[in-house]
Ligand binder design. Structure first.
Ligand SMILES: [Mg+2]
Length: 209
């Protein structure tokens, strides 16, 4: 299964701050719940603005939930803030190389990402990416809503895995009720408007069927 760029920020006329890469037949996920994943600190170790594939180490705990979602016919959707692009710390080509590296690492373990969204907008970035509080940047729900627009997925049965409060705020903003984290300091966190707290990542796979 291969993905193609729906929005290429390097292409004239496309949104310069948003990377959107989707599996060819993404429409087959219509009506399905999604497994939403933050990237750094969830899919790979958070090393702080990784810009090269060799900076990436995939975290073992995320493999099983991804494989479960793949098998259950849920889209696996990465939603990642990439302010490093706006700050000139990495290019979109660097981002693409890292994504390819993550894809290969996951494939070796029988796991697949269906949709990848990245937002570079950042208030202290370089023009034209220097937009503060952009709707696509977490904690805003724009990337999740865009995933919903592309797939017709069911937010109410979807899961979010994050390691920052902003990941969960974005999820809540999109109507995703089930929140999970590999980060001990996030577990049990209650956010405004939620009944459910953030649960340990180890419990996520049990909800995916
Ligand atoms: Mg993170």
């Amino acid at each position: 299964m291969s993905r193609r760029l729906v929005n290429d920020p390097r292409r004239p006329g496309d949104d310069p701050g948003l990377w959107t890469e989707a599996e060819e037949d993404i429409g087959r996920f219509s009506g399905r719940p999604a497994l939403f994943l933050d990237r750094d600190g969830v899919v790979n170790e958070d090393t702080g603005y990784p810009s090269r594939p060799e900076h990436i180490r995939i975290l073992g705990e995320i493999i099983e939930p991804i494989r479960r979602a793949n098998a259950a016919g849920w889209p696996v959707v990465v939603v990642t803030n990439q302010s490093g692009v706006a700050q000139g710390l990495l290019s979109w080509d660097d981002f693409a190389a890292i994504t390819a590296h993550i894809d290969a690492g996951l494939a070796a373990q029988g796991a697949r990402l269906d949709l990848v969204l990245a937002c570079a907008y950042y208030g202290n970035g370089r023009p034209p990416l220097d937009i503060d509080g952009h709707p696509m940047r977490k904690p805003n729900p724009g990337m999740l809503l865009e995933a919903g627009r592309l797939t017709g997925l069911d937010f109410k049965r979807s899961l979010m895995v994050g390691d920052r409060e902003s990941d969960f705020q974005a999820a809540i903003g999109a109507g995703v009720p089930h929140l999970f984290s590999p980060a001990p300091d996030c577990i049990g966190l209650h956010l405004a408007l939620t009944i459910e707290p953030v649960h340990p990542l180890a419990e996520a796979a049990g909800l995916i069927a």
